[in-house]
Design a protein around this ligand. Structure first.
Ligand code: SOE
Length: 366
């Protein structure tokens, strides 16, 4: 059977997921057959053009007509559009993949996770960085005890696209449309990796900052207020007494998409950087230096599908792995992670970080 996929959103993420689906038959022959069936958006001519480029058979300007009529629904719209179409698809019994953060508000995330539980079909919150081979390799080292007892998790996600005060206003700068700023957009990835690699976050102390309060609206002679954080940092206590620190900024001059993770255990440490995603720095026992492991061997996670050792892969491959796992789960009906419950767990941490900043005190993650 061919799975017909409906996709809402055709910009950055639409392109990333359409590319991933197109790669599957060539590189993952055991993936289910997938048709990029219908692309959903509002601007008809941009939509037609995107559907041609991204290989969709049909277009629609009305998500309500689409959500019940496909085998899987991808919600890749801005954060404020995540809840309604996803819940409608789930109510019709259709599996849903939704971009991160799961929603703009904790209430919406709860609604979405409830709908997912009632529907009993696979769901995905699109934390694509779980599917980096080096991150899977790191998880293997943690799970098999190579690092010993984990004491520290440190995650930083640095970008610089808002350093210029004249950088244009966009939905990402608006609380109603995005929920939060660097915290939700970037911190969500870090918190998900902390949960994936180390464990749940139990309490946090957060700090949010907005450096530029208004920005010019493209094509108009006006500015609009920035109502989200430009940067955040948080201390955290993770399950098992692991100490965590999280940080993200859109004002980290010179850093483009720099997500780094460091973990220290009683028997070793590791370091990962998204800008060198084929590598993992591993320190074992009381060695005095880190060894660079090039995670491109055939035996490394997902690599047998790609190229010979050392023929490195990139950012877009994370989406191919994610689509492979999700669509295989849709096909087989098996459970998939990270699902909407994982997305909600992350959203609770983001919400606790904001509440902690407002109150000026540590806040428990309920
Ligand atoms: C923009 O800040 C962004 O594209 C995020 O939305 C993504 O999740 C991240 O992977 C890269 O940066």
């Amino acid at each position: 059977m061919t799975l017909k996929v409906g996709v809402l959103g055709y910009r950055f993420m639409g392109k990333a997921h359409a590319n991933a689906m197109a790669r599957l038959p060539m590189f993952f022959p055991d993936a289910p057959d997938v048709e990029r069936h219908v692309l959903v958006g509002r601007d008809e001519s941009a939509l037609e053009d995107a559907a041609d480029r991204l290989g969709f058979a049909e277009t629609s300007t009305d998500w309500e007509e689409v959500v019940g009529d496909v085998d899987a629904f991808y919600n890749l719209g801005p954060n404020f559009v995540h809840a309604e179409p996803s819940v409608a698809a789930l109510d019709a019994g259709i599996p849903v993949l939704c971009e991160k953060p799961l929603a703009a508000t904790l209430d919406d995330a709860e609604r979405m996770a409830d709908a997912a539980e009632s529907a009993g079909v696979p769901t995905a919150t699109a934390f694509n960085y779980r599917f980096i081979p080096a991150i899977r390799y790191a998880k293997g080292l943690i799970d098999d005890g190579t690092l010993g007892e984990i004491r520290h998790f440190r995650g930083r996600y640095l970008q610089d696209w808002l350093v210029d005060p004249d950088a244009p206003w966009s939905w990402r700068n608006d609380e109603e449309l995005a929920g939060s700023g660097a915290l939700g957009d970037l911190g969500a990835h870090t918190v998900d990796l902390a949960r994936f690699l180390v464990g749940d976050v139990e309490r946090v102390s957060g700090h949010l900052e907005t450096f530029v309060d208004e920005r010019p609206v493209p094509g108009e002679d006006e500015t609009r207020p920035v109502t989200v954080d430009d940067a955040y940092s948080a201390q955290a206590e993770l399950e098992g007494g692991v100490m965590g620190t999280f940080e993200a900024s859109r004002f980290a001059t010179g850093h483009k998409n720099d997500h780094t993770i460091e973990i220290h255990g009683s028997e070793g440490s590791l370091k990962f950087s998204l800008e060198r995603l084929n590598e993992l720095e591993v320190l074992r026992g009381d060695d005095r230096g880190y060894e660079t492991v090039l995670v491109t061997d055939e035996s490394d996670p997902y690599i047998e599908h790609w190229w010979p050792p050392g023929h490195v892969i990139g950012w877009e491959h994370t989406f191919v792995h994610e689509n492979y796992e999700f669509l295989s789960a849709v096909d087989s009906g098996e459970e998939y992670h990270p699902n909407f419950a994982d997305g909600l767990a992350v959203q609770k941490v983001l919400d606790a970080i904001e509440r902690s900043d407002e109150r000026g005190e540590w806040v428990g993650v309920e």
